[in-house]
Design a protein around this ligand. Structure first.
Ligand code: PLP
Length: 352
């Protein structure tokens, strides 16, 4: 019997629907849906640039941050070049590499779930065009500190573009978090990638942006699809920027829930490292297969990487409580040294 999905915690989405003011802006934009959006999203670019306190020439807006990443690859990669990144990471990177005919060179994560910066540097050669860093990291939630990032950037050869994916940066509270925008002047080959999909809760609307040197940004913009950012999405982003304080409070509540859930699961015996994203990473050798089955049986859709781990998005309090209840039996069982609980193995855990 299929178990209905009660809690969607597989895609690192926000648990909050759009704010009333954002919905209202979208409704107004829908009324004008017979009109094209701007050919290129110049107004939105200016708004985002002002909000980030950088000149507009440093900002490229696209169809989600994944769209901006593809624009960058189109701009700098030639067929047969290579792209280096840690694995695991965000699933789109291998797909984007193959879309532009790049060879993917992957470097395993260190055992504690961090991107192995020395090994990534060692993997760069004369055919490498792009190295991707994800900070904080998906799926493990680990952080590259400011010191480590500065050291890494210093060592990257000038023919390699660094794509610094900061999709989750708003959830990071650690004082060692790099101020990536402050590094742009010294590193013209750096593109910082951000999104409105995660902290700002607009995943369906597909707006992301890259910030970099004016030269690199100009190349990225040349790959922009005309009319590629729709008016409803632009209106929602502009309204979100006006509601910064309310959205910041939502982010605070997600990070508070993240810490609460982590403490609870650690108490149950799960060894979960601190996370700097809106998700927690349950890793083998903790009993992740049993955990995945228990979550599925409870109607919790999490992201399961068989044999590796579970990425669990921090959801509403109710969803997080359902997670705790589902994993309690598995954790208790493991701590007492017994066999893992027997639970239904069908249901909502997302695989692949
Ligand atoms: C690390 C990372 N980068 C980018 C994205 C995609 O974001 P967007 O919705 O802006 O394309 C995700 C989505 O899960 C992600 O985890």
């Amino acid at each position: 019997m299929d178990i209905p999905v009660l809690h969607r915690l597989a895609l690192n989405e926000s648990p909050f629907p759009p704010l009333p003011s954002v919905r209202e802006a979208m409704r107004a934009a829908v009324a004008e849906a017979h009109r094209y959006p701007q050919f290129h999203p110049d107004d939105l670019t200016e708004r985002i640039a002002a909000w980030c306190r950088v000149p507009p020439a440093r900002v490229a807006v696209g169809s989600g941050s994944v769209g901006v990443a593809l624009q960058l690859l189109h701009a700098v990669v030639e067929r047969g070049d290579s792209m280096v990144y840690a694995w695991r990471t965000f699933d789109a990177y291998p797909l984007l590499a193959s879309m532009v005919g790049a060879r993917s060179i992957t470097v395993p994560l260190s055992p504690d779930g961090r991107q192995d910066l020395p090994a990534l540097l060692a993997a760069l050669d004369h055919r490498t065009r792009v190295v991707v860093l994800c900070n904080p990291h998906n799926p493990t939630g680990s952080l590259i500190t400011a010191d480590d990032l500065v050291d890494f950037l210093r060592r990257v050869p000038p023919h390699v573009t660094v794509l610094l994916d900061e999709a989750y940066v708003e959830f990071a509270r650690d004082t060692r978090l790099p101020d990536a925008l402050a590094l742009l002047d010294a590193h013209p080959g750096l593109l910082v990638l951000r999104t409105f999909s995660k902290a700002y809760g607009l995943a369906a609307l597909r707006v992301g942006y890259g910030i970099g040197s004016p030269d690199l940004v100009a190349r990225v913009r040349r790959q922009q699809l005309p009319f590629g950012v729709n008016s409803v999405a632009s209106a929602a982003v502009e309204a979100s920027l006006r509601a910064g304080d309310e959205l910041e409070r939502r982010v605070e509540s997600v990070t508070a829930e993240r810490e609460r859930l982590r403490r609870q699961l650690v108490t149950l015996g799960w060894r979960i490292r601190p996370s700097h994203t809106n998700s927690l990473w349950l890793a083998a050798p903790d009993p992740v297969e049993d955990g995945a089955a228990a979550l599925a049986a409870a109607g919790v859709q999490a992201r399961h990487y068989p044999g590796e781990g579970i990425r669990l998005t921090v959801g509403s309090r109710e969803a997080n409580d359902a997670v705790r209840t589902a994993l309690a039996a598995v954790g208790r069982d493991r701590m007492s040294g017994g066999d893992a609980v027997s639970v239904a193995r069908s249901g909502g855990v997302v695989r692949a």
